[in-house]
Design a protein around this ligand. Sequence first.
Ligand code: ADP
Length: 420
Amino acid sequence: MPEQLDAVSDAERLAALAELNLLDSPREAPFDRLAELAAAILSTPVALVSLVDRDRQFFVSCPGLPEPWQTRRETPLSHSFCQHAVRTGEPIVISDARREPEFADNRAIEDLNVIAYAGIPLTTSTGYVLGSFCVIDHEPREWDTREIEILRSLAASVVTEIELRGALLREQAARRNAETATAAAEQATEQLQVVDRRKTQFLATLAHELRNPLSAISSGVALVDMAEGAELREVQTLMKSQVDQMTRLVDDLMDVARITEGKIQLSKKRVDVWQVVEDSAATARPMVEEANHQLAVDCPQSMLHVDADHQRLVQVFGNLLANACRYTPRGGQIEIRARAGDEGVEVVVADNGIGIPAAKLPKIFDMFAQVDGGGGRRGGLGIGLTLVQRIVELHGGRVVAVSDGENQGSQFCVYLPSAE
Ligand code: ADP
């Protein structure tokens, strides 16, 4: 009968059943006690706390049930009387199943030796019938009203036990959630503190970085009045280089702010990577020469193309080359090379300088990250690599830092998607 089938396979009922976490659960003493009590009081060989799932019945408790069912703790619905309690929502009381047309062909008669059966639906306070609490006899027998009443009270205790257990599980889950939330909040606070400390350190470095060129410019201004001719030009050159330095710092700061707020606009077009590499090398050359480094450039012309903002990519590789110069002792080897790779175009900036300790590698692209803890020892603010990473990501690429450790040099590999 279709409406009867619906009661067993009703999605809400099945969801309520699954939520209890009782299906396939290990045996629990309170249910065994109630089932054993029923079997003892009603003098039956078998008692069951049976949950009727979509296509099986699972026995939360099944004292006296023959093997192999005792161990399996479940049968298909072809062997289930209890499903009828779910369908009708009413007690099922049978003296001799072999004589009941509705039950005569139930396989439980032969396989589980169910002859007499009395089952009370396990109905939750929210109205879902989960299964049945039943006693079984292997002989025909009449059930009197008192026996059915006893079974009913014990079934009510089973439902109470199920609901208490559910409430306990919910409370434990809520407690675990609260604990997880507290731990997450603590972790977030800790992270904020780290960022805050880094920011404070950054401000100190920034002040230091701006103070140096500013002092040089102030001295220059004082000298301008007195100097003339070649000396004046020298003062002007010095002041210009200091102003350039400050402008670069301020530009980087503004870029970081703009990129962080998503306000940066890329003007993308098809770009020859060779041109980017050449222009980046050109911006780095003064630093390279000043430190007496060797710069090797290896990039094929008109072979590798990316869809990119040329200026921004020059900024990326210019930054990486500037770092390579800065973090390599005088007379070092610096290289920029590009080739086609699995992910599109690979551009590597490598040096044989001070290297990066393994522990610092994962955080090297974080804002304000500085391996030696800042202080401007080598003249950086700890935002260059953040900018590099953000710009590369805006181009749909990624950047990876590699180093074998202190004094083993560093490599920064940038992967960019190729242009069509
Ligand atoms: P900074 O302004 O300090 O150079 P970056 O974000 O560019 O800031 O770099 C962050 C830190 O990464 C640097 O302070 C430095 O410790 C380390 N680093 C960057 N590039 C290199 C490199 N080529 N070799 C060794 N360390 C590097």
